[in-house]
Design a protein around this ligand. Structure first.
Ligand code: SER
Length: 319
């Protein structure tokens, strides 16, 4: 995107990623060039509430189209989705929102010749039997409805590119850790909740075992991945909506140990529930050499830096 970029629409903008990515986009391309939408309004008085907001249920094509037309949208950053845990509680709703919403974004991309549609995928595309370090290309076999929708979206991305020439792009995000907005019902939420308990001086009851190891990423790198991929030269890309992006990988015990450097009395009590099975079906880490080679992906935060920054941010927010 350049300064001349017409306008970017961010769907699901009040969610964990959207609330920070939309602000970063408005810093980079101007407040008047970013329109945000969601089914919940931004918190009054928040920086997000300063951006142009449209109420949008992404499954409603007519309203989606009217927003694209009204604001002369050029790029859609399509974040509206149901995550893994909520998806298991209501698989049909997860399918409807994730698939119809994305198809609507892709069809609008074709109809209005948008320059790009960015739609993230997830580590949830993998399932049992996948190597511990998930390759870029290989067997997926997700076990959750969320994972099934994300694989479908990746395939739709390839299809829309081949059939209609739509420039759609996306990364397979790991669990995202951030201090601004809580994640909305995923399996990796423990890696965020644990910080809130530590900073508030409470024990944390963790819903997965201490040896549960998953790929994770801190929000500044999550935003960097989206912006770097959106801005990458098209001719360099060998994939569409399915780039692996690695950053850090740790088990809960190692995360707790790092937090205990700041809060020596902090305790985690392990009470695994149904979410353990989902976590166990995902890889420990990912091979992101395609993203590194094609568009120069390079994360900045490791576990130590992330924990330090999270604690500083949450102390300022909560205390
Ligand atoms: N954070 C997501 C989830 O746990 C994974 O993409 O559902």
């Amino acid at each position: 995107m350049t300064k001349e970029t017409k306008k970017i629409l961010v769907t699901g903008a009040c969610g964990q990623i959207g609330s920070e990515l939309a602000l970063k986009l408005s810093e980079l391309y101007g407040k008047n060039n970013v329109v945000i939408s969601d089914v919940a309004e931004p918190k009054p008085g928040s920086a997000l509430a300063d951006l142009t907001f449209e109420y949008l249920d992404v499954t409603d094509f007519a309203t989606f189209e009217s927003v694209v037309r009204k604001h002369n949208i050029d790029t859609i950053v399509h974040l509206a989705a149901i995550l893994s845990v909520v998806g298991e509680q209501n698989p049909q709703k997860c399918w409807n929102i994730n698939i119809s919403g994305t198809l609507n974004a892709f069809n609008l991309g074709v109809k209005y010749e948008l320059s790009k549609v960015f739609v993230p995928s997830s580590i949830a595309v993998w399932g049992k039997g996948v190597p511990k370090i998930a390759p870029q290309d290989g067997i997926l076999k997700p076990t959750t409805m969320y994972g099934v929708t994300k694989v479908t979206i990746e395939l739709l991305g390839d299809y829309y590119f081949r059939k209609f020439g739509l420039d759609c792009r996306g990364v397979r995000y790991p669990g995202i850790i951030s201090a601004e907005t809580l994640p909305g019902g995923g399996t990796t939420d423990y890696a965020v909740e644990i910080f809130y308990s530590a900073v508030k001086g409470e024990d944390y009851v963790c819903f997965v075992r201490e040896d549960t190891r998953l790929p994770m990423m801190y929000m500044p790198d999550c935003i960097k991945a989206a912006i770097d991929l959106i801005n990458a030269p098209k001719e360099k890309l060998t994939h569409h909506c399915d780039y692996n992006v690695g950053s850090m990988s740790f088990d809960v015990a190692s995360l707790a140990k790092e937090i205990q450097k700041y809060y020596p009395n902090f305790k985690v009590i392990y009470k695994p529930d149904f979410r353990q099975e989902i976590a166990d079906s995902w890889p420990d880490d990912v091979d992101d050499s395609a993203a590194r080679n094609d568009w120069g992906w390079k994360p900045e935060f490791d576990l130590e830096r992330m924990v330090k920054d999270m604690i500083e941010k949450l102390k300022a927010k909560l205390l």
